[in-house]
Structures are given as structure tokens and as C-alpha cells.
Write a protein that binds this ligand. Structure first.
Ligand SMILES: Cc1cc2nc3c(=O)[nH]c(=O)nc-3n(C[C@H](O)[C@H](O)[C@H](O)COP(=O)(O)OP(=O)(O)OC[C@H]3O[C@@H](n4cnc5c(N)ncnc54)[C@H](O)[C@@H]3O)c2cc1C
Length: 376
């Protein structure tokens, strides 16, 4: 859609192929920062699906639980169900004249003198350029012989009824109480078929921040459920991998580029929906220029991504796993639980609102204070 916004004439020359038929379920907690919705709104796309509006976040560490509320009436984000959200996004693309073909699996790619041929479950498709936005198990990535990635995570989730100990419905809750884990637990409000529920899960980096802990994410989730009085055996856990972007690894070459989780997303929290949308925002104008110039080598793709909003975001977050899940963990915990400025700066960023400089400055001072406190 961002490609079509950059050059509307490309709409009828663009095809989206997806092996799934929509609406389809996707294992995902569905928290989306409003920066992604603002990016879509900037090209006139509104995604109207059921949602829980988010206005606050809370963090539990071994020491304390703190809840931070964004002042003002505007939510910072929303929790959606991917079943509805992804179908609505595809509908919006189709309304813009893009040919959307679902239930079509890409099974092979061949280079030809004039471009590429994709072998699919429904016959061949010729293309000048291919964007592999095909998720963590990306076929396109494997076809390019790119490594699986330096930063890899496991995540597991389940939807349960609300528990009296849950924070208010407008809150994303992060649980950092398991200090040996390179990750966190979460409790996000959600709506399942019209019913208010809570999506609970565990995310852990299994590569890229030292050794993963010995307890499996599913066992940790069972423990989290038992702590709230739920019987884990009564629920079907949904589990999936995630890939963080390692900014200096290649993620494209000659007519083919990777985007979204196929390239890599945020390795600290495993946040990938906003990133996938922001990849689109960066790639659209870049590809439109490449087509106009008939320059299909896409040699500057990595530079373009690194200089884009999503690239800057991911290059910063790519450096954080060692702070958050390595030796710096006590500092990170103290910082998160003692710095309202950090939380407010983070919420402004998540929402796509200008981050007040005073909050950033104050959060930096709080980091120094947290570092000094933990070396004492
Ligand atoms: C348990 C869990 C919870 C999560 N919670 C959150 C959250 O709360 N917030 C957040 O921001 N992120 C979350 N994420 C991460 C988020 O789900 C992903 O990062 C995001 O979906 C990536 O988007 P994408 O478009 O790159 O890939 P995907 O959403 O995976 O889409 C890839 C598409 O490619 C299609 N495809 C794959 N192979 C082929 C093929 N060979 N041919 C044709 N089509 C193909 C698939 O059918 C799919 O529709 C979570 C992930 C997990 C595992």
C-alpha cells in the first residue's frame, strides 16, 4: 500500500501472494503502537476492527510493580486480533487496486534474464522485484541462502478469562520477575469473539543474548497461570518463533528484498506488527524510485532501511538485549521500575507522538542513577 501511495500507477502492477486464506488465525498477542496506525493513516488507510484501547503500561520486577498512565485522552495503542486485523489490511490493499491472491504458496523462485519467476501452488508468476514479507520461517530468506539470524526467540501464549489481580483493561502488563530469563512474561487485555479476555504469554530470546535459561517458555507460562489460579492443563498453548533484526546482516540482494519478520523485528520485546508496517513505509517510496529508474539491483536497500525510522528503531533495540537480559539486568530492572520519565518517553514513542526532550533527559539521568545504585 505504501508502494501504491508513492506511485499509484504501480497498484495494478503489484501482486500480493499469501499461502493463507483470510480471515486466518495468527499466533500473536496483537498489541500495536499507534505509530503504526498513524503511518497507515498518512496514506489514507484506516483499519477498523474490534480493539482494546491502551493508555497505560505496568511493569513487575522482583522489587515492585509500577503502573504508568499516559496523560491525555488519546490512546497510545490498541490490542487487536490478527484474524480480523490482517484480513482488514488485505481488504484495504485490494481496494487500492492491488491484486491480492490468497491460498497461493510460493514454492520456488528462479532468476531469468528479464527478472524473476515465482513457482507457486497456483502456477507461475513473473516479477521484476520481489519483497519477501513471509514471516519468521521466510521461504524467500531461505532461497537467498541467508542465515536464520543471530537473534532468535521463542514465544508462547494463551487466552484466559480476566483475573482479579489483572491491571485495569487499558494496560499492557510486562512481568520481569523471572530474573534468570532472557525475556519477560506478559498479560495484555484482548477481545476474543466479543468476549473480554486476557492474552498471557512468555517471550524468551534463545539466541543472541547469551545462553537461554533452562526452563522452557511453556513451563514458565504454566507457572504464571498457576500463580493466578488457572489450571494450565485446561488451555491450549500457542507457540511460535520470532526473529530479531541483526542490522549488519544482509537482508536482500538483486531484485529481492526482505521485510517485516523475514528481515527481522525488535529482539528485546518481540514487537513486530508496527515494525512490519513501518518496513512498508520505508520500502514503498524506495521501490517506487527503483522502478522509475529501472534500477532493479536494489543495491542500496540495506542503507535505505538503516536510515529509515524502522531501521533506526531496530538498530537501537538490537543493542539492548545484552543490557536487558544480560549482565545489565539489575540496572534495567531498577531503571524501568524507578523512572516514570522512561515509561512516559517510551509511551510517547509507542504512540508515534513527539517524545518530550525533558522526559528523555530525565530518563537518561535516571539510567545513571540506576547504574550507580546497582554498583553500590
Ligand atoms: C506469541 C507471539 C506474540 C506476539 N505478540 C506481538 C504483539 O503483541 N505485538 C507485536 O507487535 N508483535 C507481536 N508478535 C510478533 C508479530 O506477530 C510478528 O512480528 C509479525 O506478525 C510480523 O509480521 P510479518 O508481516 O513480517 O509476518 P507474518 O505476520 O508472519 O506474515 C507473513 C505472511 O506470509 C505468508 N507466507 C509465509 N510463507 C509463505 C509462502 N511460502 N508463500 C506465500 N505466503 C507465505 C503467511 O501466510 C503470512 O500471512 C508476537 C509473536 C508471537 C509469536
Amino acid at each position: 500500500m505504501f508502494l501504491c501511495a508513492a506511485d499509484p500507477q504501480l497498484s495494478e502492477r503489484t501482486i500480493i501472494l499469501d499461502k493463507a486464506r483470510f480471515p486466518r488465525d495468527k499466533i500473536c498477542a496483537g498489541a500495536v503502537g499507534d505509530r503504526a496506525m498513524r503511518a497507515l493513516a498518512s496514506i489514507g488507510v484506516e483499519v477498523n476492527v474490534a480493539k482494546v484501547a491502551i493508555q497505560a503500561l505496568s511493569v513487575s520486577t522482583q522489587e515492585t510493580t509500577r503502573r504508568y498512565v499516559m496523560p491525555g485522552p488519546t490512546p497510545i495503542g490498541r490490542v487487536i486480533r490478527r484474524r480480523e486485523f490482517d484480513a482488514a489490511v488485505l481488504d484495504a490493499a485490494a481496494q487500492r487496486g492491488v491484486c491480492v491472491r490468497t491460498g497461493v504458496r510460493v514454492k520456488g523462485i528462479a532468476r531469468r534474464p528479464q527478472g524473476l519467476t515465482l513457482q507457486t501452488s497456483e502456477g507461475e508468476v513473473s516479477a521484476s522485484l520481489v519483497v519477501g514479507a513471509d514471516g519468521v520461517g521466510s521461504f524467500v530468506r531461505r532461497w537467498l541462502h541467508l542465515p536464520q539470524g543471530l537473534l532468535y526467540a521463542q514465544a508462547v501464549e494463551v487466552d484466559t478469562p480476566i483475573h482479579p489481580s489483572d491491571p485495569p483493561r487499558d494496560t499492557l502488563h510486562f512481568d520481569l520477575t523471572a530474573t534468570t530469563m532472557r525475556g519477560y512474561g506478559w498479560d495484555f487485555p484482548t477481545i476474543v469473539e466479543g468476549q473480554p479476555m486476557v492474552c498471557r504469554g512468555v517471550y524468551e530470546l534463545v539466541r543472541g543474548a547469551g545462553q537461554a535459561s533452562e526452563m522452557d517458555v511453556a513451563d514458565r507460562l504454566s507457572e504464571r497461570l498457576r500463580d493466578r489460579g488457572f489450571n494450565p492443563d485446561s488451555y491450549r498453548f500457542k507457540r511460535f518463533a520470532e526473529r530479531g533484526l541483526a542490522i549488519h546482516e544482509p537482508y536482500g540482494c538483486d531484485r529481492v528484498v526482505l521485510a517485516g519478520e523475514a528481515a527481522g523485528i525488535d529482539p528485546v520485546l518481540g514487537e513486530g506488527i508496527a515494525q512490519a508496517i513501518l518496513y512498508g513505509q520505508a520500502i514503498g517510496p524506495y521501490l517506487a524510485r527503483a522502478v522509475a529508474d529501472r534500477n532493479f539491483s536494489l543495491g542500496g536497500y540495506e542503507t535505505a532501511i538503516r536510515g529509515s525510522r524502522v531501521g533506526l528503531d531496530l538498530s537501537i533495540r538490537g543493542r539492548l538485549p545484552r543490557l536487558f537480559y544480560g549482565r545489565g539486568r539489575p540496572i534495567a530492572e531498577r531503571w524501568l521500575s524507578h523512572s516514570p520519565s522512561l515509561a512516559l518517553a517510551g509511551m510517547h514513542y509507542f504512540a508515534g507522538q513527539r517524545v518530550p526532550r525533558a522526559k528523555l533527559a530525565r530518563a537518561s539521568l535516571d539510567l545513571i542513577a540506576a547504574t550507580l545504585a546497582s554498583v553500590r
